[in-house]
Design a binder for this molecule. Structure first.
Ligand code: FAD
Length: 183
């Protein structure tokens, strides 16, 4: 039987990602969304790729402004992730600062300022290729991680005590933190 969308989501959920907030200038305003479809593409030139649903208002703003930013969330960024995924968090301080391509989200672990290089169709999503114009690194810290539909923390040191004792022991599943989340 052909794989269903549910099967696909379950399998893709096994691929751990960071969590980003993609932001773009939209006229005098700013439009932003939580995104984990983000990857580096090329070193010469420096290129990254972001996938956004065809209906995404952030995607539309990127096309209009021909630029965007990708802001990598820190491990304390759960409220920001929820907020920019359409679950507004009352009283959450959100500050965007001027940056190349799109605005930079204050408090991110790191940010990339990008000029829109190309847009490709990708089924019900659009793929935005961005050329890196600026990089920003915040204070050192750990990233917010998304795995199997839930937010996780990347614990340091990266090896569990069991693995330190026996490097061939099966890895311990990371404890889910916060709550399970369907994007
Ligand atoms: C872990 C995770 C990963 C995801 N990955 C992807 C992905 O890779 N691709 C994808 O297409 N979708 C992804 N989503 C879903 C996506 O975040 C939501 O669909 C989101 O609503 C995007 O819609 P939009 O661009 O139309 O933004 P909107 O729905 O317009 O905005 C998203 C939220 O951010 C708030 N917001 C927007 N701009 C500002 C601003 N300037 N100041 C303050 N608040 C603002 C809005 O009020 C709204 O609540 C993901 C969701 C999660 C939880």
């Amino acid at each position: 039987m052909a794989p269903t969308a549910k099967d696909f989501r379950r399998v893709m959920g096994l691929f751990a990602t960071g969590v980003t907030v993609v932001a773009a200038y939209d006229g005098g305003a700013i439009r932003a969304a939580t995104v984990n479809a983000f990857t580096s593409v090329s070193l010469e030139p420096l290129l990254v790729l972001v996938g956004l649903h065809k209906e995404s208002r952030t995607g539309q703003a990127i096309r209009r402004s021909e630029g965007f930013s990708v802001n990598i969330l820190r491990e304390d960024g759960l409220a920001l992730a929820n907020h920019f995924a359409g679950k507004p968090q009352e009283g959450l301080p959100v500050t965007f600062l001027p940056f190349a391509g799109g605005p930079r989200l204050e408090g991110a672990l790191a940010s990339l300022g990008l000029r829109l290089e190309a847009v490709y169709p990708g089924g019900d999503h659009l793929l935005f290729l961005g050329r890196v114009e600026a990089l920003y690194e915040g204070e050192p810290g750990g990233p917010l991680v998304f795995w199997r539909g839930g937010y996780r923390l990347l614990r340091e040191p990266s090896l569990s005590p069991l693995q330190e004792a026996d490097p061939f022991a099966p890895p311990l599943p990371p404890e889910p933190i916060y709550h399970e989340h369907e994007p």
